[in-house]
Design a protein around this ligand. Structure first.
Ligand code: ATP
Length: 299
């Protein structure tokens, strides 16, 4: 479906994207992460044919991408781009026609989406009179009204309450089931963990983590041991080689360890205590992100 091949983008002398490659198949949700200024928006603009890469290429269904292919792409931008003086209907018709749809089809799709997002009677409301959450829904509808093959979602949940997040999440899953290829970007790692099978973390335009989430987690050696109990021998645990830190959290303790091999040694040290929980967990994406992005900062 989408193939990004070794793209590089310079703004003057500043390298914003540095040899970035990835692919997203139909029905796959791909995460593109990075700090502010890491090069995500630049990458999105290149994929959408709005900006030329300095080198490298982007292919959609085997063909080099250009502006004429944007009919197949939907985009929810971080900076919202609704025409606030228009009504919902006028706005969506405007976008639908830009994407090559006829008005009757647009109306059928719009009615379906408004019903689905629990705002069936909002057709003739002015965008500027809508709440932030409802504006966000309209923004989403404008990105998917034409059934894009590729959907780019940049912070799609910002400003939404949990009920609206759930509504939008379900809609995204449904588009995935229908075979839409989705690129998802967010600074909120829980969303990425929930959604993305594959991801890249960019630092200064360069991928520093790249692959399937489950493999990335497996390859990250540091683990966490969650421990609950009475009379835990912390003096002894602290001395075990490979125990990085011990932190009390509510009624339990979070122990960071250098790798899985350290866990049985902790287990042996506590066997005579009254232990009610001993759990070795995978790192969170947030931990991986902070370590990888932090490491590069230090160089
Ligand atoms: P954010 O999370 O803040 O949206 P981002 O990952 O989308 O950031 P980009 O907007 O792609 O990052 O910016 C990448 C780098 O390129 C930054 O250093 C930015 O200052 C620079 N940059 C972006 N657009 C331009 C431009 N038009 N001219 C010059 N430099 C630019």
């Amino acid at each position: 479906m989408l193939e990004v091949k070794n793209i590089v983008k310079y703004y003057g002398k500043h390298k914003a994207v540095d040899h970035l490659s990835f692919s997203v198949d139909a029905g796959e949700i791909f995460g593109l992460l990075g700090e502010n200024g890491a090069g995500k928006t630049t990458t999105f603009r290149i994929i959408m044919g709005l900006l030329d890469a300095t080198s490298g290429e982007v292919m959609l269904d085997g063909k080099p991408i250009d502006y004429s292919m944007t009919d197949h792409i939907g985009f929810v931008t971080e900076e919202r781009s609704l025409l606030t003086k228009l009504t919902v209907k006028e706005q969506i018709i405007y976008y639908g026609i830009l994407k090559g749809m006829d008005e009757d089809t647009i109306m059928v799709e719009l009615e379906k989406w408004l019903k689905r997002f629990d705002i069936p009677d909002y057709m003739d409301r002015k965008i500027k009179e809508l709440s932030k959450g409802n504006q966000q829904k309209i923004q989403f509808i404008s990105a998917v009204i034409h059934h894009p093959k590729l959907l780019i979602l940049d912070e799609p949940f910002s400003g939404l309450d949990p009920i609206n997040v759930k509504m939008l999440k379900d809609a995204i899953y449904e588009l995935q089931q229908e075979g839409c290829a989705i690129i998802f970007s967010s600074h909120q790692m829980e969303y990425i963990e929930n959604f993305c099978q594959k991801l890249i973390i960019l630092v200064k335009g360069k991928p520093v983590v790249d692959g399937y989430l489950k493999d990335i987690k497996k390859a990250y050696r540091k683990k966490t041991v969650l421990l609950r109990g009475e009379d835990l021998p912390f003096e002894k645990i602290e001395k075990i080689p490979g125990v990085i830190s011990i932190k009390p959290i509510r009624d339990e303790y979070e122990l960071k360890i250098t790798d899985e091999q350290v866990a049985p040694k902790i287990f042996a040290a506590i066997k005579n205590s009254n232990v009610t929980k001993f759990d070795v967990t995978e790192p969170t994406l947030n931990e991986i992100f902070i370590e990888k992005v932090g490491n590069v900062h230090e160089k």
